[in-house]
Design a protein around this ligand. Structure first.
Ligand code: ATP
Ligand code: MG
Length: 140
């Protein structure tokens, strides 16, 4: 199977709680290769642009505030079927619904503060990777 890439974000709560190392380790244990990584403090505008598909939702203002409330780690991962496999490792959006052993079940504290983002399709992955990384920051 040919490798694909996806974008993950360790969200402000994941960074603040000191779970960056553990989350990166779990990516590597699954043999997701880390192809690019940076730590950023998103402006409200950057956070709103990233989650623009949700702009009509009632939770959008809170989501923008949360995603710009502290530093995040943005990571490009590569592996066969990594888009779906990352979503599986993350677990459901609401940690109460997330399966045992998933990152959200382990670390998330609410449906909003749910520790980690993963692109939901190959098309979103392509767009989201380029939202944060220029071509010169990405290996072939
Ligand atoms: P992500 O896109 O961050 O990987 P997701 O795909 O599981 O998460 P989405 O429906 O895309 O879920 O929602 C984006 C983010 O908005 C969620 O991860 C969460 O932080 C927040 N969110 C979603 N639904 C709610 C809600 N009902 N109340 C509060 N925040 C929400
Ligand atoms: Mg989503």
């Amino acid at each position: 199977m040919s490798p694909q890439r996806t974008l993950s974000i360790i969200k402000p709560d994941g960074v603040a709680q000191g779970n960056v190392g553990d989350i990166l380790k779990r990516f590597e244990e699954k043999e997701f290769q880390i192809k690019a990584l940076k730590m950023l403090l998103l402006s409200p505008q950057q956070a709103a642009g990233f989650y623009a598909v949700h702009r009509e939702r009632s939770f959008f203002p809170d989501l923008v505030r949360y995603m710009s409330s502290g530093t995040v780690v943005v990571v490009v991962l590569e592996a066969p079927e990594v888009v779906a496999r990352l979503r599986e490792l993350m677990g459901a959006t609401d940690p109460k619904q997330a399966a045992e052993g998933t990152l959200r079940r382990l670390y998330a504290t609410s449906i909003e503060k749910n520790v980690v983002h993963g692109s939901d399709s190959r098309e979103s992955a392509r767009k989201e990777i380029h939202y944060f990384f220029s071509d010169s920051e990405l290996p072939e």
